[in-house]
Design a protein around this ligand. Structure first.
Ligand code: URA
Length: 219
């Protein structure tokens, strides 16, 4: 029955006034971190802001637990990551997973892992400053959704991208800086896992840094 017919029928049985409402408005639940990240990822799935889109297989999003107090930030996807669409799944990733388990006593899925540059540079070269700058708004948004206690920069490229200045990772490793876009978030600096694989003597320093990270993040 349409509205007109309903009103007539109600009048017939004695109703003289009828109040129409639009229903009780349901309070909208705020979007969760996963939903916000999904939206962010869909917005850059087809990104063409830098030349890396021409050679990539796919954009490699961050993954893991968005409620983690720690976000690991690497450089850029390599060949394995570009193929599988997940960050740190190659040799460097296996090393990182091992340290997450052994030192932080967590599983990889318990933390969040991403990169300053979301597309693979050809021949695994370092991303250029222009490529990092083109990608930075995505990383910044990603971090503002997660709002971790600590951003752990893996290597100089990640540290320079996050802090916006040149540095020597051997000089600053193990140190903490404020995150320029939210000084309540700590930026912790350490080596890139691929560097440790090439320089196994530095494994002890990386373990030392992971212990510091554990404390900083309150793990
Ligand atoms: N894999 C990544 O995802 N990032 C790196 O920086 C290195 C390997």
């Amino acid at each position: 029955m349409g509205l007109k017919e309903t009103v007539k029928a109600l009048e017939k049985i004695g109703f003289s006034e009828i109040y129409l409402t639009q229903g009780v408005s349901e309070k909208k639940q705020p979007k969760g971190k996963r939903e916000l990240l999904e939206e962010l990822f869909s917005s850059y799935r087809n990104c063409t802001k830098c030349p890396l889109h021409k050679s990539r297989t796919q954009v490699v999003f961050g993954d893991g637990n968005p409620d983690s107090p720690v976000v690991f930030v690497g450089e850029a996807p390599g060949e394995d990551e570009d193929r599988q669409g997940r960050p740190f799944v190659g040799r460097a990733g296996k090393y990182l997973n091992q340290k997450i388990e052994q030192v932080l006593s967590l599983k990889r899925e318990d933390v969040y892992i991403t990169n300053v540059c979301k597309c693979r540079p050809p021949e695994n070269r370092k991303p250029t400053p222009a490529e990092i700058n083109a990608c930075f708004p995505y990383l910044r948004k990603e971090l503002s959704i997660i709002k971790p206690k600590v951003i752990c920069c893996l290597g100089a490229t990640a540290a320079e991208g996050i802090l916006g200045k040149k540095l020597s990772i051997t000089k600053v490793r193990g140190q903490v800086r404020p995150y320029p876009y939210d000084p309540s978030v700590k930026v912790f600096l350490t080596y890139h896992p691929a560097f440790i694989l090439r320089n196994p003597k530095s494994d002890g320093e990386f373990v030392e840094d992971m212990k510091k990270l554990k404390e900083l993040a309150g793990l």
